[in-house]
Design a protein around this ligand. Structure first.
Ligand SMILES: CC(=O)SCCNC(=O)CCNC(=O)[C@H](O)C(C)(C)COP(=O)(O)OP(=O)(O)OC[C@H]1O[C@@H](n2cnc3c(N)ncnc32)[C@H](O)[C@@H]1OP(=O)(O)O
Ligand SMILES: O=C([O-])CC(=O)C(=O)O
Length: 371
């Protein structure tokens, strides 16, 4: 008789691992990142502070942050002829698929591919954090038959990322909103993509394989892909009334409404969504697009009243990206680029204290059949 174990569809609520990276404390409404609270960090720090915190375990001093940024800038460039890869892809390739291809292809360029030492993994992570924004922005340009936009060394890291995407230097405020969005996307405990990365890493597979699997996971619209879906829905709605009618129609058809609900916060607002809502309000005011803010707010109210559901981060990150002139197809790749650091921290932790993931099943098929 097999040992009695718990089965929870979707591993809902199951503890998958120990970690000292992050924890969602829903009761306290805190997203704990290595002892700090994410929203407080996002209000007071910058993305590179979080990168240092996630990879090194502590917030950087000014000089540590400056040398991290220098190291990133030295690693911006991609291997020779790397962009040829994207020329080979059909035009309709989604940028998440181009990104998956790009990260996978980087493996062969790493001469220390099989090195699993923590320090080595951290350097690999920095190299990836330097190169992934370049892949995200320029695979998109190449797929659209445009010239790649070379990184600008004189811009700060996240301003440069936004510049490579739009081709124009962002204002300080635009760069700050973008940087804040990268912070709130940087790490979130054990979502499907992080679990995927850790499962792959647990076979002793390399960081590129783990990250490639995580791209595929994050692409789905029940996860990262929701931010793009939210924007298409807002554009389809056009006006407050149009959006409300669209939501009613989707609810009548029993469709899931993208940007609402969350496995961990199902009956509460995602704290990151509240922060992005505020960013949206400020940005919308500056850009004369309060109509977009009001439309989102009306959708939030309708979903709370009709379904008792609250927005997740993707609901408010999407219109923020829209007002930053970012092409919609790049919203999920940007989420991934921001999350790379969290994923790398988890892969490193998995390699440092590994146990192969290999769960069992609750078998519901037949027995005792004979050929
Ligand atoms: C940054 C991120 O990646 S956050 C996640 C982004 N994804 C989305 O926004 C997609 C829309 N949301 C969803 O599909 C879900 O809320 C998920 C997948 C995120 C979490 O869902 P789960 O924990 O698996 O719960 P499940 O999907 O079973 O939903 C539970 C109930 O709430 C309902 N529900 C949950 N989310 C939604 C939604 N967005 N719209 C309508 N109904 C919903 C379900 O229909 C279900 O109702 P039922 O019990 O009557 O069948
Ligand atoms: O935690 C999750 O399941 C999804 C999510 O919000 C994230 O990855 O940021």
């Amino acid at each position: 008789m097999a040992e009695q174990t718990v089965y929870k569809p979707g591993l809902d609520g199951i503890i998958a691992t120990e970690t000292n990276i992050s924890y969602l404390d829903v009761d306290a409404e805190e997203i704990v990142i290595r002892g700090y609270e994410l929203i407080e960090l996002a209000e007071n720090k910058q993305y590179l502070d979080l990168v240092h915190l996630l990879l090194r375990g502590e917030l950087p001093t000014n000089s540590e942050k400056a040398s991290l940024e220098e190291e990133l800038k030295r690693e911006y460039s991609l291997p020779e002829n790397f962009f040829n890869l994207f020329e080979l892809l059909p035009e309709q390739t989604h940028p998440m698929d181009a990104l998956r291809t790009g990260i996978s292809a980087l493996a062969g360029h790493d001469t220390d591919l099989n090195e699993r030492e923590e320090e080595q993994t951290k350097h690999k992570a920095i190299r990836l954090l330097a190169k992934i924004p370049n892949i995200v922005a320029n695979s998109y340009h190449i797929l659209h038959h445009k010239q790649p936009v070379a990184p600008k060394q004189e811009l700060p890291y996240s301003a440069n990322f936004l510049y490579m995407i739009t081709g124009k230097e962002p204002t300080e405020k635009e760069a700050a909103y973008f940087d804040q969005s990268l912070m709130v996307y940087s790490e979130h405990e054990m979502p499907n993509s992080t679990f995927t990365a850790r499962v792959i890493a647990s076979t002793n597979s390399d960081i590129y394989g783990s990250l490639t699997g995580a791209v595929a996971s994050l692409k789905g619209n029940l996860h990262g892909g929701a931010n793009e879906a939210v924007m298409y829905m807002l554009l389809e709605g056009k006006t407050i009334d149009g959006f409300r009618n669209l939501l009613y129609e989707k609810l009548r058809n029993k469709e899931k409404i993208m940007g609402f609900g969350h496995r961990v916060y199902m009956k509460k607002m995602d704290p990151r969504a509240a922060l992005m809502k505020e960013a949206l309000r400020e940005l919308a005011e500056e850009k004369g697009r309060m109509d977009l803010y009001e439309m989102c707010d009306a959708g939030e109210e309708l979903m709370r009243e009709e379904k008792g559901l609250y927005p997740n981060l993707d609901y408010y990150a999407a219109p923020v990206y829209y007002l930053l002139d970012i092409p919609i197809d790049l919203y999920t790749p940007i989420f991934y680029a921001a999350r790379t650091v969290g994923l790398c921290a988890h892969i490193s932790e998995q390699h440092a204290n590994n146990k192969l993931f290999r769960p069992r099943v609750h078998y519901t098929g037949p027995r005792n059949l004979h050929p």
